[in-house]
Ligand binder design. Structure first.
Ligand code: MF3
Ligand code: CO
Ligand code: CO
Length: 289
């Protein structure tokens, strides 16, 4: 469907296309003609959607801030789940994970060799030495924010502490490599390089995702890449960066019984940190952390 110069812009601004997103779209077309993979309009949020996603992201960050002091030795992951659901609802929000494609809880909590999608349980007690990922997604006013953090419980070995630290560095280096009119490959390259330089591997099968209007939207975000290749980033894109970094081999498998929990094949620990971000006109904005 082609928009005429004098038609209303697709972004919902109410302005004429020619004085709104027309030159922006032409710039994207230029890249496409030069062989780049480019985003479609669903991947580019309107100012109104961005404001909604920003508010959802803030509340998701508040959930992670709230739960932080409770992530301690002796607590069950079930108790953390219960507190997160309660706090989320008290803010007038909905925990996005609950019933998402049949997922039974309000948060994912992944310990040691669990890579992601760990299901909270009354039988799981956090103990000294554990490294734990708490991954929260919050719906507010129909919009989504998604982020996760790592926690070190009690006395954690130096090698596991290093994995947690380097994984956060991978995320922050990846973020710093995201720029409007740059590519996903620029980002994946620095992220993977930092993991490899430390002797670690990045999980290949699971990546980040567009996020904001839906929980998981296009594009799929690869944490491995080649500079100046892959999808073009443009202002208005909102997505997660969430590298899963393994101390050993990159291979993972899914628990057949619960259908969710992802483990490292070699049983070695894995860490993950996640932001939801916005690509702006001159860089990025973190929407949830
Ligand atoms: N929050 C996870 C992510 O970062 C997704 C969890 S889906 C669930 O994409 F169903 F397991 F909760
Ligand atoms: Co998440
Ligand atoms: Co995510």
């Amino acid at each position: 469907m082609k928009i005429g110069r004098n038609d209303k812009c697709w972004c919902g601004s109410g302005r004429k296309y020619k004085s709104c997103h027309m030159s922006f779209d032409n710039r994207i077309k230029d890249f496409q003609n030069r062989g780049y993979e480019v985003p479609n309009h669903q991947m580019i949020k309107t100012p109104e959607q961005i404001e909604g996603i920003r508010e959802a992201g803030k509340r998701n960050t508040m959930v992670l801030d709230y739960i932080t002091p409770f992530v301690k030795e002796g607590v069950t992951t079930e108790e953390l789940d219960r507190r997160i659901e309660e706090y989320t609802r008290k803010m007038g929000c909905i925990p996005a994970c609950l019933h998402y494609q049949g997922y039974p809880k309000s948060v994912c909590i992944s310990v040691d060799d669990v890579v992601c999608h760990g299901i909270p349980s009354e039988n799981q007690v956090l103990k000294s030495g554990d490294i734990v990922n708490v991954d929260c997604t919050t719906i507010y006013n129909g919009y989504f924010g998604d982020a996760s953090r790592m926690f070190c419980i009690g006395d954690v070995s130096e090698e596991k502490k290093k994995l947690v630290r380097v994984t956060k560095e991978c995320l922050d280096l990846a973020l710093a490599a995201v720029r409007p009119w740059g590519t996903m490959g620029d980002m994946g390259y620095v992220c993977n390089k930092h993991a490899e330089e430390n002797g670690y591997t990045i999980v290949r099968e699971i990546g980040g995702h567009g996020c904001g209007v839906h929980f998981h939207e296009d594009p799929w975000i690869n944490h491995i890449g080649t500079p100046d290749s892959g999808l073009l980033f443009v202002p208005g894109m909102t997505f997660t960066i969430e590298p899963m970094v393994n101390m050993g081999q990159p291979d993972v498998y899914q628990d057949e019984e619960d259908g969710w929990t992802i483990y490292t094949q070699d049983g070695k620990p894995s860490a993950q940190w996640e932001y939801t971000i916005l690509v702006t006109g001159d860089g990025t904005e973190i929407l949830s952390y």
